[in-house]
Design a protein around this ligand. Structure first.
Ligand SMILES: Cc1cc2nc3c(=O)[nH]c(=O)nc-3n(C[C@H](O)[C@H](O)[C@H](O)COP(=O)(O)O)c2cc1C
Length: 219
């Protein structure tokens, strides 16, 4: 089957070794960040924050998250061009949603007269909330939509990437406490360009479950 979307998805893979000398151009990074911003989320909640680590100094701050427990991710952190931390708000509350509603009014999507009505959608955040106001399972899921969007955007840009759940979240929360604020890191994404010789994963064939094992198609 041939299609440009499938070519993108066949092209991409999880890069294990980067060419340290190649940086992602600012224009391409801007496209990626705009794609992240445009990601879909339940009730348009956008309960996320993305911390972009660009300089060697900034990326070195992530060493605490990989050096001990997840050394296999260390090369991606140190030799990639950028690392992006995907963070979610674990207690997404009505005031946070007010920013979305008021943004919708400013953008002409919601009528000012219907402001209160627009808060009706917030019941989805409440349905996923426990008695302490924690709706982190729901907000965390939204950040993975942005992650999926990023992976395809990067493939289209022919920029390599490494998704990393193998990071010490507690260490990240401490090291990036100021930048994360109320947000909690879910996953990190290294981006850059594969090492032409050292990335063994680049030449392995893609392997996925068979269509008949995953699709139930009612026609
Ligand atoms: C949520 C998530 C977490 C992952 N964490 C890691 C990780 O910590 N380190 C790593 O090298 N690969 C990680 N991967 C990469 C997966 O192992 C990889 O996507 C999968 O084996 C499919 O291979 P492909 O991405 O090369 O097509 C992660 C992928 C996802 C989607």
């Amino acid at each position: 089957m041939n299609h440009p979307i499938l070519e993108d998805l066949q092209w991409r893979y999880t890069t294990k070794r980067y060419d340290k000398t190649q940086k992602v151009a600012p224009e391409a990074l801007a496209v990626l960040l705009e794609a992240l911003r445009l990601s879909a989320s339940s009730i348009n909640s956008q309960p996320w924050r993305f911390i972009v680590l660009e300089s060697d100094e900034a990326k070195a701050r992530m060493l605490c998250a990989v050096a001990e427990k997840y050394p296999f991710n260390q090369p991606a952190v140190l030799d990639s061009s950028h690392v992006i931390l995907f963070a979610y708000h674990p207690h997404y509350h009505r005031e946070a949603y007010a920013e979305v509603v008021d943004g919708g009014i400013a953008d002409g999507r919601i009528l000012a007269a219907k402001r209160e009505e627009a808060f009706g959608a917030f019941r989805f955040a409440e349905m996923n909330m426990d008695e302490t106001g924690d709706n982190s399972a729901w907000t965390r899921a939204q950040t993975y939509l942005a992650l999926g969007n990023a992976l395809h955007t990067l493939a289209r840009l022919r920029i390599d990437s490494t998704t990393m759940e193998g990071i010490d979240i507690e260490a990240i929360q401490v090291e990036f406490a100021k930048e994360l604020g109320d947000y909690r890191c879910a996953v990190a994404l290294a981006i850059g360009y594969r090492h032409p010789q050292e990335d063994w994963n680049a030449t392995l064939p893609k392997s996925r479950r068979r269509p008949e094992d995953i699709f139930v198609h009612l026609v």
